[in-house]
Design a protein around this ligand. Structure first.
Ligand code: C2E
Ligand code: MG
Ligand code: MG
Length: 578
């Protein structure tokens, strides 16, 4: 009371009335009644929000963005029940709809009896300050030259990545990348060129990783990458190769054509360590080993990983040559009809005769071929060769047999597999009804429209479709109908222990029954003993394939095998089908 009296005296002494103070205030000052109707509006408020006093007085004020309405109503209730709110930072809309940042102080207005009749707001624009704060934050967490996260932000992202890896039992790779010849470029062409090169490198690195990965610049010509959510280590070499390829293609900077390369070191969470500092040290050590190896190399901290990565690289460059050098061969594994004991078909299985390493099984090189896209030309060769061989057997007097060929998902995604197949059928004259394509469930489940339309076109040619490794994938079976599947190949993992594991027996029996009711044929793969074969017969499985019956063999060996069987069965001895 006393203070107010003194203030009033001061005002009186200076000759200023409150109206004048409010009018000249650089702060927006306005009042609203309990319903939110504006009852006073000073010139600074006009300037801040865009409405003139005569436009807004007696009307509600609509400055609150839609998503903030609830929050604002709560604030108003607090003020109307007598609370003052000081320096609240909010976002509001101007008359023309633009959003801006505002700091506001709200206080209740009371009448003579002390009842709250409305409230007073004093507000000021803080957009510039907010922008400056964001800039400060950007500078604190970003590398100014490239805009990439700096070490601080990278460390934070790394923390999130390992927390996720912990929950999902995945791995995280910390990749240390150091440019090989950057100093020379910087010294000879100047910093401006060096900077432009670094920016372009940052951009290219961005193209090599997924959105969930983080790239950061550590200063100078060093970059750190966090590759997160890796199911296994196989996913890393392809990323490193991609980086190497992207960095190798020439850069044009300021009229100079530049080439560069990088030495890369990799450490893995949790294998090589569990915290950032430890992994950084190990990635750094690995990077120096890469430099020692002669630059433009990459090294894992773990030696075994190096062996595997080198193998990946060897296989990839070898695969490029293998087709041209005729190093591939198809083996054929007979498929038997259980009711008659006859051989009704073969599965074509790819073999690679590596000039140094010898015979390499498909499980080792097909993933590499898929990664690099080489599976497309290799797969084309397989189809052509399988059809050619089938016709050659016919010419040699063998009966018509199903030729089953494995197709990879990548062939559907990247290639024009239906054209290749149509062409192979045409050039060889092989009967499409005898060609069976083995697809895994993952191809059919990940059904993009392209897979569906490719498969439809293939089925129109008369080609048969079987689902390989059936039972290991997904439980949704709607795709069987959608793709008009003909046969299920029950996966080896259920067949292997069929005779000893009652669960496996139940699964196989169920698959056969379900297939029967859907009018699909069934074949069991991986039959290794007589007991398993007997059970499959009991379950009414249609066909079987496995070491117990016959191993995969070269084309000529298959002719001998069939000739021998024909001779044996005429002398009433059942060979191969005990
Ligand atoms: P898959 O299509 O499931 O082929 C069956 C695999 O089981 C073959 O291995 C075969 O030799 C093996 N096998 C057959 N009977 C038995 C048995 O009684 N016991 C055991 N333990 N194994 C048996 P292979 O030839 O090493 O091929 C492995 C995989 O490589 C194939 O699995 C297939 O997914 C892929 N593959 C083979 N050739 C090609 C091809 O030309 N193209 C594509 N995309 N993939 C191929
Ligand atoms: Mg197969
Ligand atoms: Mg299989």
């Amino acid at each position: 009371m006393q203070l107010r009296a003194q203030a009033a005296k001061g005002v009186a002494r200076s000759g200023l009335c409150p109206q004048t103070i409010i009018r000249s205030s650089p702060f927006a000052i306005y009042t609203r009644d309990r319903r939110g109707i504006v009852t006073a509006w000073n010139p600074a408020a006009e300037k801040l929000f865009g409405w003139r006093a005569e436009q807004i007085l007696g009307k509600p004020l609509l400055t609150v963005p839609h998503d903030k309405e609830q929050e604002t109503a709560e604030l108003r209730d607090r003020v109307l029940s007598g609370e003052s709110i000081i320096d609240l930072e909010v976002q509001r809309q101007k008359q023309d709809g633009t959003l801006f940042d505002l700091s506001t102080t709200l206080a209740p207005l009371r009448d003579a009896s002390g009842t709250v009749t409305g409230y007073l707001a004093i507000a000021t624009d803080i957009t510039a300050r907010k922008a400056a704060e964001q800039q400060v934050e950007f500078l604190a967490y970003r590398d100014v030259l490239t805009g990439l996260p700096n070490r601080l932000l990278l460390q934070d992202r790394f923390g999130q990545a390992i927390a996720h890896a912990e929950r999902s039992h995945s791995k995280v790779a910390l990749v240390f990348l150091d440019l090989d010849n950057f100093k020379t470029i910087n010294d000879s062409l100047g910093h401006a060129v060096g900077d432009a090169l670094l920016r372009e490198i940052a951009r290219r690195l961005g193209e090599c990783v997924r959105e969930t990965d983080t790239i950061s610049r550590q200063g100078g010509d060093e970059f750190l990458l966090v590759l997160s959510d890796l199911a296994g280590t196989e996913a890393i070499p392809p990323v490193l190769l991609k980086i190497r390829e992207r960095l190798q293609s020439p850069f044009t900077v300021d009229g100079h054509e530049l080439t560069t390369s990088a030495s890369i070191g990799v450490a893995l969470y949790p294998d090589d360590g569990r915290d950032f500092e430890t992994l950084l040290k190990k990635a750094d050590t690995a990077m120096y080993r890469a430099k020692d190896a002669g630059r433009n190399h990459y090294r894992f901290f773990d030696e075994q990983m190096n062996v595997e990565a080198v193998e990946h690289l060897h296989l990839k460059s070898g695969l490029r040559r293998a087709l041209a050098q005729g190093e591939f061969e198809l083996y054929y594994q007979p498929q038997f009809e259980l009711a008659s004991g006859r051989v009704v078909g073969v599965e074509a299985l790819l073999r690679w005769h590596h000039p140094e390493a010898g015979l390499i099984p498909p499980a080792r090189f097909i993933p590499v071929a898929e990664d690099s896209g080489l599976i497309v030309p290799i797969g084309d060769w397989v189809i052509q060769e399988a059809c050619r061989q089938a016709m050659a057997w016919r010419a040699a007097g063998l009966p018509p047999l199903i030729m089953a060929v494995n197709l990879s998902a990548v062939q559907f995604r990247r290639g024009e597999v239906q054209q290749t197949i149509a062409q192979a059928l045409q050039t060889t004259g092989f009967d499409p009804h005898l060609l069976e394509l083995e697809l895994t469930e993952s191809v059919l489940i990940g059904d993009t429209e392209t897979v569906l339309s490719s498969v439809r076109q293939l089925k129109q040619l008369g080609v048969k479709l079987s689902v390989d490794d059936f039972g290991t994938g997904y439980s949704s079976l709607s795709y069987l109908k959608r793709f008009d599947v003909d046969k299920l190949k029950i996966d080896q993992s259920f067949v292997r222990d069929l005779a000893s594991d009652p669960d496996d027996a139940a699964i196989v029996r169920a698959i056969v029954q379900m297939a029967g009711s859907l009018n699909l044929r069934t074949i069991a793969e991986g039959v290794e003993d007589a007991a398993t074969l007997a059970l499959l017969r009991e379950f009414s499985c249609d066909e079987a394939q496995g070491y117990h019956l016959a191993r995969p063999m070269a084309a000529q060996a298959f002719v001998d095998f069939m000739t021998h069987r024909a001779g044996a069965s005429s002398s009433n001895e059942k060979v191969g089908m005990p």
